[in-house]
Design a protein around this ligand. Sequence first.
Ligand SMILES: Nc1ncnc2c1ncn2[C@@H]1O[C@H](COP(=O)(O)OP(=O)(O)OP(=O)(O)O)[C@@H](O)[C@H]1O
Ligand SMILES: [Mg+2]
Length: 325
Amino acid sequence: MIQVESLSKKYARHVAVNNISFSVDKGDIVGFLGPNGAGKTTTMRILTCFMPPTAGKATVAGFDVFENSFEVKKRIGYLPETPPVYPEMSVVDYLHFVARLKNVPSAEVKTRTEQVMERCSVADVRDKLIAKLSKGYRQRVGLAQAIIHNPEVLILDEPTSGLDPKQITETRELIENLAGEHTIILSTHILPEVEAICRRVVIINRGRIVATDSVERLKHRGVGNAVEVQVDTDGQADALLVRQRLEQVPGVSKVLERSAPGHRLCFEVESLPDRNARPDVARAIVHAGWNLLELKSTTVTLEEAYLQITGSQADPASVVVDGAL
Ligand SMILES: Nc1ncnc2c1ncn2[C@@H]1O[C@H](COP(=O)(O)OP(=O)(O)OP(=O)(O)O)[C@@H](O)[C@H]1O
Ligand SMILES: [Mg+2]
């Protein structure tokens, strides 16, 4: 649905987006992550035809964002960082205005406006001037204008920024509900939000893509071959003995004790790079006559994975991008 190929954007001499490529399938919901100044808004502005790229190309539903911007705009709803609202208009007048601007057929303008006001929970402030709305309500009006022409693609730039916890939850639910019918790219700095609603993430750092992957795979990435092992020795061995036995297993680089319920003993066992010590770990426990209760991959939180990916790379260009989008 969205194809970005070798896209770059320079502001004067500053390269904001540097040769990025990624694609988003129809119906997918993708979190666009990266530190402040990474290039997220710039990329979104190009995808929504607000400005042309310096090099490369992007297409939405097969239409080039630069050459066919009319076709692209028909198919895209955009919520910019600052919602594009007119403060001197009432909510309902503004949404009627946007609906006409976006070529919603005249006969449908009213019903469509009612539907999006209901969906974005702004019906109770329909006659209020936008200038008098709180930030959260203004954000929801911004979301309403983005979906009023029922676009196939939604590009949402930090849709929950500045909202209170209740509004964040409501907006998240709204986005999740929209996910089935629309292809969505949303940028955010709230990583639990990404875990809650996105299937995939694209991480950009200093203008370059540093990872495109599913949330699950990203969380497994940071930990290499680490596994969590739970053992019950029926009182025959204490944690120290078990740890020493595990440390002797070929390929194991580090063993850390973790807390575990009841009589269980729990360890995080790391293997040397390119070694998978799991079979030997399992064998060692069984040969010692202990019960192997669990052996599973450990994961890092999305936040830890994100910080590893964006924080440790001196040269983002050197990062291997895995997991096709
Ligand atoms: N109009 C502009 N003129 C010059 N430089 C700009 C302009 N807009 C953005 N930049 C620069 O381009 C880079 C990318 O900015 P962008 O707004 O795309 O980042 P972002 O990832 O959206 O960051 P944030 O998380 O803070 O919203 C930054 O270094 C920014 O200073
Ligand atoms: Mg931004």
